[in-house]
Design a protein around this ligand. Structure first.
Ligand code: NAD
Ligand code: DAU
Length: 353
C-alpha cells in the first residue's frame, strides 16, 4: 500500500516551466508522489530542480515520451493517476531549422502518452486526468492593438512549433471525445523567470548584456508578446489540475503586452542600474537583425475564463517580476556558465549513475 494519495507524472520537469511545476507540486503536496519524466535534451537541466531532488515524494525518471513500450512499462510500474504533460521541443527558431524533431516529440510524444493513459486507465477513470500544457501560439497571430485570443478562437498556427502544439491539442481533444479520457488543456502566453534556457529572448539578452555581446532584435522589434511570470503559471496549472472541468480549455496570460523593443529597453535600463554600468551602455548593444521567418506579429490572451471560473489571476507585476528575474540570473551566474559551457549535461551521470 503506497503512503501517497496520488501518483502524478509530470513530463518535461527538467525544463524551464516544468521545473517550477515540479517544485511547486513537490513542496505543496507532500502526500502526492511526483514523478518527473524527462529525456534530458539540450533543454533539460537537472540542476533546475537540484533543491528538491532528495525529497521523499520525488522521483526522477529518464525516459523518452515517444517510446511507446517504455511508457507502457512505466505506467504499469508507477500506476500514475494524473499526468501533467509539459515535455516538448519549445523554441520557435529551432522549429524553423529542425521541424521534424518538433513533430516527433510534440505530436508523436503526446499521442503515445494519450494512448498509454487510455490503455492503462481503461474504464476506471475515477480520479484520473490527462493535462496538456499548451501555448497561445496555436491561435496564430493578431493585428497590432486589436483583438485577443479567446478559448473559442479558431486554431491558426503559423510556425512548425505552433503547428505541432496545435496538433497535440487536437489529439488530446480527440481522446476526450472518442474514448472519454478525462483531459484539460491550457494555452499560455510567454513565460519568463529563473531557470529559462538562454536561447529565449529575456535570458539570452540578460546573458549577452552581462558578457557585453550584441542584442539581436528581430526585424524592427515591433512584435508584441504577453508576458507571465513562471511561478504564476505554475499556480495556474495547479488550479486547473485540481479544479478544471473535464474536456475544458483555459487560456492563461499576464494582461501584460509589450513590444519587443520596449521590453528590451526596460531590460537594458534595469541591467545598467543593477550592474552599476553607465546609463545607455546596454542599449548600445542593440543590433537590429534579419526578422524571424514567418514571425507572428502579436499575441494577446483573454484570461477571463480562468479568473471567472477558477479564481486564478496573475500575482506578480511585470517590472517586479523582471527585476526578480534579472537578480536571479546575476546571483546565479554559475548556473548560466554551466549551461553556456554545456557542463550541465554531465549532472545526470554524476548524480544518478
Ligand atoms: P523547455 O524547452 O525549457 O523544456 C522542455 C523539456 O522537455 C526539457 O526538459 C526536455 O528535456 C524535455 N523533453 C523534450 N523532449 C522530450 C522527450 N521526447 N521525452 C521526454 N522529455 C522531453 O520548455 P518550456 O519553455 O519549459 O515549456 C514547457 C511546456 O510549456 C512546453 O510544452 C511548451 O510548449 C509549453 N509552453 C511554454 C511557454 C513558454 O513561454 N516557455 C509558454 C506556453 C506554453
Ligand atoms: O507565446 C508562448 C510561446 O512563447 C511559447 O509557446 C514558446 O515555447 C516560447 O518559446 C515563446 O515563443 P516566442 O517565440 O514568443 O519566444 P522567444 O523568446 O523566442 O521570442 C520572444 C520575441 O522576441 C519574439 O517576438 C522573437 C523576439 N526575439 C527572440 C530572440 C530569441 C528577438 O527579437 N531576438 C531574439 O534573439
Amino acid at each position: 500500500m503506497s503512503k501517497f494519495v496520488r501518483t502524478i507524472l509530470i513530463t518535461g520537469g527538467a525544463g524551464f516551466i516544468g521545473s517550477h511545476v515540479v517544485r511547486h507540486f513537490v513542496k505543496k503536496y507532500p502526500d502526492y508522489h511526483i514523478c518527473n519524466l524527462d529525456v534530458l535534451t539540450y533543454a533539460g537541466n537537472l540542476m533546475n530542480i537540484k533543491d528538491i531532488e532528495n525529497n521523499d515524494n520525488y522521483t526522477f525518471i529518464k525516459a523518452d515520451i515517444t517510446d511507446l513500450e517504455e511508457m507502457r512499462t512505466l505506467f504499469k510500474q508507477y500506476n500514475f493517476d494524473g499526468v501533467i504533460h509539459l515535455a516538448a521541443e519549445s523554441h520557435v527558431d529551432r522549429s524553423i531549422t529542425e521541424p521534424l524533431s518538433f513533430v516527433k516529440t510534440n505530436v508523436l510524444g503526446t499521442a503515445v502518452l494519450l494512448q498509454v493513459a487510455k490503455e492503462t486507465w481503461g474504464e476506471d477513470k475515477q480520479g484520473k486526468l490527462f493535462y496538456h500544457v499548451s501555448t497561445d501560439e496555436v491561435y496564430g497571430s493578431l493585428e497590432l492593438e486589436q483583438g485577443f485570443f479567446y478559448e473559442t478562437t479558431p486554431y491558426d498556427p503559423k510556425s512548425p512549433y505552433s503547428a505541432s502544439k496545435a496538433s497535440s491539442d487536437h489529439l488530446v481533444r480527440a481522446y476526450n471525445h472518442t474514448f472519454k479520457l478525462p483531459v484539460v488543456i491550457s494555452n499560455c502566453s510567454n513565460n519568463y523567470g529563473p531557470y529559462q534556457f538562454p536561447e529565449k529572448l529575456i535570458p539570452l539578452f540578460i546573458n549577452n548584456i552581462i558578457e557585453k555581446k550584441a542584442l539581436p532584435v528581430y526585424g524592427k522589434g515591433i512584435n508584441v508578446r504577453d508576458w507571465l511570470y513562471v511561478k504564476d503559471h505554475a499556480v495556474a496549472i495547479d488550479t486547473i489540475f485540481h479544479e478544471g472541468k473535464d474536456g475544458e480549455t483555459y487560456n492563461i496570460g499576464g494582461h501584460n503586452e509589450w513590444t519587443n523593443i520596449d521590453l528590451i529597453r526596460l531590460l537594458c535600463r534595469l541591467m545598467d542600474e543593477k550592474l552599476g554600468r553607465e546609463k545607455g551602455s546596454s542599449e548600445a548593444l542593440i543590433t537590429f537583425v534579419k526578422d524571424r521567418s514567418g514571425h507572428d506579429l502579436r499575441y494577446a490572451i483573454d484570461a477571463s475564463k480562468i479568473d471567472d471560473e477558477l479564481g486564478w489571476k496573475p500575482s506578480i507585476q511585470f517590472e517586479e517580476g523582471l527585476s526578480k528575474t534579472i537578480d536571479w540570473y546575476l546571483e546565479n551566474q554559475g548556473w548560466l556558465q554551466n549551461v553556456t559551457s554545456g557542463e550541465y549535461q554531465n549532472y545526470y551521470k554524476k548524480q544518478y549513475s
